[in-house]
Design a protein around this ligand. Sequence first.
Ligand SMILES: [Zn+2]
Length: 267
Amino acid sequence: MKFWKLEKPDYDSDYDSEYINGGLDHPFGLPGINCDSCGETWSGSRILSIECPEILRNDCCIKDGWPITFEKFSELEKRVSTMVVTNFDLKPGDRFQPSYLDVASKPEADFLWSSIGSVLVSERIKNFFEQYSRTDIDFAKVIKRHIGKNKAHLPAPIPESGEPEDIMEKVEFVENLNEVNDCYEMIIKHESKHPLFTKVKSICDKCKRENIDNESRLLLMTDELWNEHTIFLLSTTLYIIITDDLKIKLEEIQPTNIRITDITKKS
Ligand SMILES: [Zn+2]
């Protein structure tokens, strides 16, 4: 079987990438852990479709996310779990909804690469995945915060600082956000098995962090790693992978601002 990776296309410059995709902010989430047993300070990068309860939005642990001790994290996790509905355990670094989009051009592409670990899609792409991958994906409507007036096919302005993130300082914003297309964060719910040759060096008894040797992994898909989802992340990475079936159907509708590359291990 073949598998395909969905990713950001190549742009002429980092400015173009920043201009087209902007950035997605998830201000609310669980902090990381500072573990006194393994000595690591760590958090995952999982994005959830769950709304952050209003009552937690001013809680400093949820809002600014500085790492906390394992004991404090466990208390917080227990408290938050009573307020949200999940069928899984919450983990350090989990991000909640809503998310806020800041982008210097008007979003018109089908895919926006504004967030690490998820991707934003247009309404028509959302409908596509709802038709073919309903149980493998959640969608969350993004709150449009600062949106530039110009279309993305103009050359990106170059900020004085030379930093692509400062592009926002050079643009005029849309006043009526209702005239901007809606975007949806596509939240991928499943993972493959660990890639071939993944070496788990140790697992912390206390915080359960897996210490993985990243160098030894072979970052390609095989049938054995597949958990029978149409779209999923390659475990231990943030690679978004789809099956061959889904890739063929997706290409039929000619999505924009995406590159689809073969990630199958050749036998
Ligand atoms: Zn630990």
